[in-house]
Design a protein. Structure first.
Length: 507
């Protein structure tokens, strides 16, 4: 029996297909930010020996917050709105498409040209009032392409809304009531960075169009990235039950503060299966403020290609086993990183005083900062700790940074069976779309199937830039440095617009 593949499901609903009973766990409520007052509980006589000298500590603050949860929900519920959208969808249909005789050789000619027809597609989602003047946070995918947007308050009143701005790269959108009532209640922002694993959270939204639905769960994980949902990912993972229609709804802590915007689920069925993702409120708030003030989001730019630190890469670059960080595989000329002196092979360990352990973390730290922000960057170079200060550039400036001449032609025997190499020249540059910033290198022109080269994960179109940290400009350079290697070869490649390090076995 084949297993259904896991998939990421965005939670805006375009229709209600079915209703399924929902069950959600009733976990122990934990609120680490609350002041704790301890209550001592006497052990059972049979357990007294095993509990000698030990008291079971129970937080009365946590118990009180659990009892007060209905009051918290009642306070924040008016801040969560339902979102109904309509968009015109243009479809090509046959003029006989609705007839039982369509396409029949006698009653409807085959091959008749299709005609365009517009249909109205409805969508459902959720939003959060974050300003009593009428500002609403939601997901970009909830309102993307919508012709009309209606907001429904908890008491059933409906209002039209307009788009203030959107940021598809983070899936955030900001709306505004066209005519805001005087009694709107804005939710308070919480500190999403202060969330702890197993802390209780509440998801509020309109799953399947069922307004004002509340589910309780815990924070299952933080800092989830590389999900392939959007460009900038730093998700809070929760097991609070969320379903289609919950997109853009509120994730709140037990103090009734907004800590996340519900966005997607990981599911085999497309419905809730215990794994949901929310955009942290800190990220959402920063993007919202930028959209309200300027109508766009300006992101910081460092000017480096980066990749994850693996044990093989750490060994090849002689990075200490205890080190944690992100490997710099390339530095763009005239970028902030280049001016600060960063080089290929450096290991970035922190930026702006916060440690980074993955490419996603570094990307988010830089991307969420404003251009012009001065930050301190810490890194390792050949085992030595170094620091520098730099001013972040603008991501909009990144496209214009590139220059440099081409390379020299030439052929030579390959160091690996089944691998054909050619020095980079103008013709190959155009064919492989190699930018001028790649000044020299050796192109992989062919990889024989089933050969040793194919097992090394090399691909036609790769451009070898360095072997064992030394630049190469001809196949002879590659062969000489490769054959002189012992154990493994450290290769720097240009592949599909990025530079990456690879560790390969030597002959």
């Amino acid at each position: 029996m084949r297993r259904a593949p896991w998939m990421i499901a965005m939670l805006a609903a375009t229709g209600v297909a079915c209703f399924q009973p929902e069950t959600s766990p009733d976990p122990e409520v934990s609120s680490p930010a609350a002041e704790e007052a301890s209550v001592k509980m006497e052990p059972h006589p049979d357990e007294a020996a095993g509990a000698a000298g030990q008291d079971l500590q129970v937080s009365s603050a946590e118990m009180a917050m659990r009892l007060e949860l209905p009051d918290v929900v009642e306070k924040v519920m008016p801040s969560v709105v339902g979102i109904n959208t309509e968009r015109s969808v243009r479809q090509m249909v046959s003029p006989f498409g609705g007839s039982p005789f369509g396409g029949h050789p006698f009653f409807g000619p085959r091959g008749m040209p299709q005609q365009p027809q517009e249909r109205v597609q409805e969508g459902l989602g959720s939003g959060v009032i974050v300003d009593a003047e009428g500002i609403v946070l939601t997901n970009n995918h909830v309102i993307e392409g919508a012709d009309t947007i209606r907001l429904t308050l908890n008491d059933g009143r409906e209002f039209e809304a307009e788009v203030v701005g959107t940021d598809p790269q983070s899936d955030i959108a900001v709306l505004r009531f066209k005519e805001a009532p005087d009694d709107l209640k804005a939710i308070e922002f919480g500190d999403s960075d202060a969330l702890r694993l197993a802390e209780s959270v509440v998801a509020i939204g309109n799953p399947f169009g069922l307004s004002s639905t509340v589910t309780l769960g815990i924070v299952s994980a933080k800092g989830r990235g590389n999900m392939g949902i959007v460009d900038y990912e730093d998700f809070i993972q929760t097991d609070a039950a969320i379903n289609p229609g919950n997109s853009g709804g509120a994730l709140v802590n037990l103090r009734g503060e907004l800590v996340g915007i519900n966005t997607a689920i990981l599911s085999k069925s497309g419905g809730y299966q215990g794994v949901g993702f929310a955009i942290p409120s800190k990220m959402a708030r920063g993007i919202m403020e930028s959209l309200v003030e300027t109508g766009k989001v300006s992101r910081g730019w460092l000017g480096v290609m980066i990749q994850e630190l693996t044990p093989q890469l750490a060994s090849a670059l002689e990075i200490p086993e205890s080190a944690r960080g992100v490997v710099v595989s390339d530095v763009q000329p005239e970028s902030p990183a280049a001016r600060a002196g960063l080089q290929r092979g450096d290991l970035i360990t922190s930026i702006a005083g916060r440690s980074v352990t993955s490419p996603g973390e570094l990307k988010n730290r830089v991307g969420m900062a404003q251009p012009g922000t001065e930050v301190e960057i810490a890194y390792l170079r050949e085992g030595q700790a170094m620091k520098g200060r730099l001013e972040l550039g603008s991501l909009e400036d990144a496209a214009g940074v590139a220059s440099g001449p081409g390379g020299a032609p030439g052929f030579a025997p390959s160091p690996v069976e089944g691998l054909s190499l050619q020095a980079l020249n103008d013709q190959l540059r155009a064919q492989l779309r190699v930018p001028p910033a790649v000044r020299q290198g050796v192109a992989v022109t062919e990889v024989e199937p089933g050969s040793e080269a194919s097992r090394l994960r090399l691909r036609p179109g790769d451009v070898i830039l360095e072997v064992n940290r030394r630049p190469v400009s001809s196949p002879a350079d590659v062969s000489q440095l490769w054959q002189a290697s012992r154990g493994q070869v450290l290769v720097l490649l240009y592949r599909q617009g990025a530079t990456i390090f690879m560790t390969l076995p030597a002959n």
